[in-house]
Design a protein around this ligand. Sequence first.
Ligand SMILES: [Zn+2]
Length: 310
Amino acid sequence: MGLALFATLPAFALAAPKPAAPLRCPSDPVTVQVLGSSGPIAEGIGAAASYLVRIDGVPRLLIDAGPGSFLRFGEAGATVATLDGIALSHLHADHTVDLPGILNMGAFEELGPRLLLIGPNGAGRFPGTTDFVRGLVSRDHGAWRYLAGYLDGEEGSTQLDIREVKADKQDDPPKRFAIGSDIFLTAMPVHHGDAPSLGFLVEAKGKTAVFAGDQNDESEAFASRLAGKKPDLMIVHHVIPEGPGQPIGLHRSPTSLGELAGEVAPRRLVLAHNMKRSLDRLNEGIAAIRVHYKGPLVVAHDLDCYGLGR
Ligand SMILES: [Zn+2]
C-alpha cells in the first residue's frame, strides 16, 4: 500500500529543497541585520543573539553567533568570505555556540589570509577569547582540531587574528579597531555578572550603531563613553521584564534600558535578545522605557534589517 502511494506521488514531491531567497536589506550604505533576536531559551521566538553589519549591502562584520544564527546567516545570504571581522561580546553559550559552524562554513570558501576576531579577556569561570578558540580548534586538544588552520595558518588556511579586550572591570579602557579600511569598532567593557563582557560602538561611512550587549545597570561608564555620539541605531537586550525576582545582576530592567536610551539618545532603539518572559509583559516594558526615551522604538525579529540612513 505504502509503495503504491509512493509510486503515485507527483514528480515535484521529490524535488530537491531550494534554499530560501536571501532577504533584502534597505539600500542604505550601512545596515544592521538581526540574525538572532532571542535566546538563551529556545522558546520559538528566534535564534539567539547575533547581528550582521553590511556596508553597501556586503556583510562585513558579524557580532556574536548565538545558537541558531548559523541558519540565519545563510538565510541572510551571507558568506564568511566577505567578513573582515567577528566580534564576540562575551563567551556565554547564547552568544557563541554557532561560531564553529560558521568557521566550518568558511573552510568551504576562498577566504583572505586573516580574519579579525575580537572578544573579551578571561577571568574566573571564563577563558579569554584566545583560550576559547584554542578549546574549539587547537591542533592538540581542540574539539574541532581538523579546523586548526584557523590558528596556525597551515595548509594555506585563513588565520584568525585574535584580539582580546580587557573587560573584567567596566572601567577598563575601551579599545578601537579598524575592521577593513572603513569600519571602526570600539569595544567597551560593560558589567554582566562575572562574565567579562563588551558593548560595541560601530562607526562606518559617517553612521553609528551601538550594540549594548548583555549588561546590567552597574554599567555606568557605557553611556558616558557614548556622550555626543548620537547613534543612528542602538540595540539593547530586553531579557527581563520589570519587577522583582529577575536576574538584575546580569541584565538591565526595562526602566534601566530606558535610562540608558534616554542618556545615549539613539535615533532608533531596537529591543532584541527578547525572551518570552519579557515579551509577555511588553506593554509594561515599553511604558517603562518611554519614561526616559521618547524616540522611535522597535522590537526585533530574526532577519529584520535596519538602514542607518543616507
Ligand atoms: Zn545573553
